[in-house]
Write a protein that binds this ligand. Structure first.
Ligand SMILES: [Zn+2]
Length: 341
């Protein structure tokens, strides 16, 4: 899990994925027939299949939810704009890193208002908006203003840890997919169609990188790799689990961005059964992945998502079972090497 740890601990808020992209490129450049970085910053890596004119696009988004510096007040406290969906209840007492022109600076993030010791009962019930949070850099205002600029990206900090059978970190959404894309390129021996693994940008703010890169690749089949909710935890009915940790890769049926191609879904199930790859079917009532954009690019493509079941998505405690990640890679690889249907 060393590679996953390295990927998760990198920082790449939407629109500023360069640190992640540079790292991925180092990993894959000796395992591709060609690669390009498009104007939006998507990294498009190709593996060719001689004699085939069919293309499969695999999308793995590189970005993580984060912030941009919005305002620095006269005391030097930094206010932010969210880039991606946050539940602010998970943002109290966080360490963050601001990526400035002159390097990274660590600060603490908390909402404005009194601490619990002196808070009124009403204060305690309030769920603050992102607007109310501030970053304390422990520096005089003049120094903060010299270093930090409006528009600097801000990422949440968290170390990667093993917890029992699981691993946990920030940014499992979606560095687990980057791990899968990198390993697919490394392990793919005999693709039966041309494969474009695209490490996309700006998924968390609306599948933006997928829109342009799908147009460029013009694929027949599109597969997004992403996390999905695993709500197999206290306080949730079993029928609402969506997926469960340790039960294999989740083959997507439906989310609010896309309904997976029926034939492709059947083929994935068949391949999983044939190759003894643990799998589960997943239906997510709300939320989407890059596949929602890929399916509707140009004249359309047959699309599906393979998901890595993940607990506590969009918090810094995103948790997965490594076996589910390996199952996702195995099924993706099996598809890329299977006879074309
Ligand atoms: Zn994601």
């Amino acid at each position: 899990m060393k590679l996953l740890q390295q990927l998760c601990e990198l920082q790449g808020v939407p629109g500023r994925e360069e640190e992640v992209r540079d790292f991925i490129l180092e990993q894959v450049k000796d395992h591709v027939d060609s690669y390009e970085i498009d104007p939006m910053g998507n990294l498009i890596c190709k593996r060719l299949c001689e004699g085939s004119d069919r293309w499969v696009m695999v999308a793995c988004h590189m970005d993580e939810i984060g912030f941009y510096v919005r305002y620095i007040d006269k005391k030097g406290y930094v206010r932010v704009q969210a880039a991606g969906g946050f539940d602010t209840r998970n943002l109290f007492a966080r360490r963050v890193t601001i990526n400035t022109r002159s390097g990274k600076i660590v600060g603490t993030m908390n909402p404005g208002g009194p601490p619990i010791h002196i808070a009124t009962p009403e204060d305690r019930k309030k769920v603050p908006e992102v607007k109310e949070f501030y970053i304390d850099l422990g520096l005089p205002a003049e120094e903060v203003k010299k270093k930090v600029r409006v528009g600097d990206p801000v990422a949440l900090n968290q170390d990667f840890v093993e917890i029992g059978q699981y691993v946990s970190c920030k940014s499992m959404d979606n560095r687990t997919a980057c791990w899968t894309g990198i390993n697919l390129l490394k392990e793919l021996t005999q693709p039966t169609q041309n494969i474009a693994v695209v490490f996309t940008v700006q998924e968390e703010v609306g599948l933006r990188g997928a829109v342009t890169s799908a147009f460029t690749v013009d694929a027949d089949v599109s597969i997004a790799i992403d996390v999905t909710l695993a709500c197999d935890t206290p306080g949730i009915d079993e029928e609402d689990y969506i997926s469960e940790l340790g039960k294999g890769t989740a083959i997507k049926v439906f989310d609010s961005s896309m309904i997976s191609d029926h034939g492709l879904r059947e083929q994935m199930i068949e391949l999983a059964e044939k190759n003894n790859i643990p799998h589960q079917l997943e239906l997510l009532p709300r939320g989407g992945t890059d596949a929602g954009a890929l399916q509707r690019s140009r004249g359309g493509s047959k699309a599906i998502t393979l998901s890595i079941p993940t607990r506590y998505i969009h918090t810094i405690t995103e948790t997965i079972h490594p076996d589910d990640l390996r199952a996702t890679l195995s099924l993706l690889k099996a598809y890329c090497e299977a006879p074309v249907q």
